[in-house]
Design a protein around this ligand. Structure first.
Ligand SMILES: *[C@@H]1O[C@H](CO)[C@@H](O)[C@H](O)[C@H]1NC(C)=O
Length: 273
């Protein structure tokens, strides 16, 4: 090998390392239950979507059997992935878990915490997982999964400031991606209330998904329910242009009915560097 070709390869390796990214997703997999995973192609389609992400927060997990079946399927097709999951949450008999699935060969889980919610502000308390990685310049950050209650979006968004402050203290980092289904649009949150919200007015929080985005899988709705918020050192680490909504109906060449059988939401995604 000549010095010149060696130099080329060394430079390639260096640029390759510095350009490494992590892809983060958030996906509300509508009422994902033991029953639903038995539907034709459901597991295959969901696993194909989740394999796009190195870390993904999942909402509406109705039982642990369902999420373990999904985890087994993603590990059969790719991976390795591991899981951290909240307990079942909700004030009535209807309960959901928040799950976070992550590539265990790319990130290390340092800890996870559910907001204790002393004033009972949340139907489902935010659940945060703290990660360490050597893949990206940003080596230390947390993903907080949220699924806000449609009829209480404004109050729950205000309370997210407290949930964030709590999680930063317990986990020891201020670098957060707060991700999931905020229901923060259309009939659940007016434009005025969006702009009055404590999350919006506090400049520690950057909203990454545009209010004009459509994160719903129905052809009859156009709502930006699902969002990412970046804080701390996550803000400068977001790859420019990487925040998007993944339309799996067109992306995976599915029929409208097949797509609707997966969820009423599309996942959102972003890259960190
Ligand atoms: C959608 O799900 C329903 C209920 O499980 C099933 O009967 C139907 O065949 C599914 N449709 C497609 C196109 O997969």
């Amino acid at each position: 090998m000549t010095t010149k070709t060696l130099l080329c390869c060394v430079l390639y390796v260096i640029s390759h390392v510095t350009e490494a990214t992590l892809t983060i997703g958030a996906f509300n997999i509508q009422r994902m239950s033991r029953n639903k995973i038995g539907h034709v192609d459901f597991l295959k389609h969901v696993a194909e979507i989740l394999l796009r992400y190195d870390i993904v927060s999942i909402e509406e997990v109705m039982d642990t059997t369902a999420i373990h079946a999904v985890l087994d399927e993603v590990n059969r097709l790719g991976g390795p992935y591991s899981l951290t999951i909240s307990e079942a949450m909700g004030r009535t008999s209807y309960k959901e878990h928040l799950a976070i699935i992550y590539r265990s060969d790319k990130v290390t889980l340092r800890g996870a915490v559910r907001y204790p919610d002393p004033d009972d502000d949340f139907e489902r308390e935010p659940y945060s997982a703290h990660f360490h990685t050597t893949q990206t310049h940003l080596t230390d950050f947390a993903l907080m999964g949220v699924h806000l209650k449609p009829s209480d979006v404004f109050a729950e968004m205000n309370a997210l400031v407290d949930a964030y402050n709590y999680a930063t203290k317990v986990l020891g980092t201020q670098n957060f991606i707060i991700a999931g289904d905020y229901n923060a649009d259309c009939r659940y949150l007016s434009n005025t209330k969006y702009h009055l919200n404590n999350l919006y007015t506090d400049d520690r929080f950057d909203f990454l998904v545009d209010k004009a985005a459509d994160t719903t899988a129905s052809h009859n709705t156009d709502c930006a329910y699902d969002r990412f918020i970046a804080t701390g050192l996550v803000k400068p680490a977001v790859v420019s242009g990487s925040v998007l909504v993944y339309n799996f109906e067109t992306g995976m060449h599915l029929s409208y009915e097949e797509a609707r059988n997966i969820s009423d939401h599309y996942p959102i995604q972003m890259q960190l560097q």
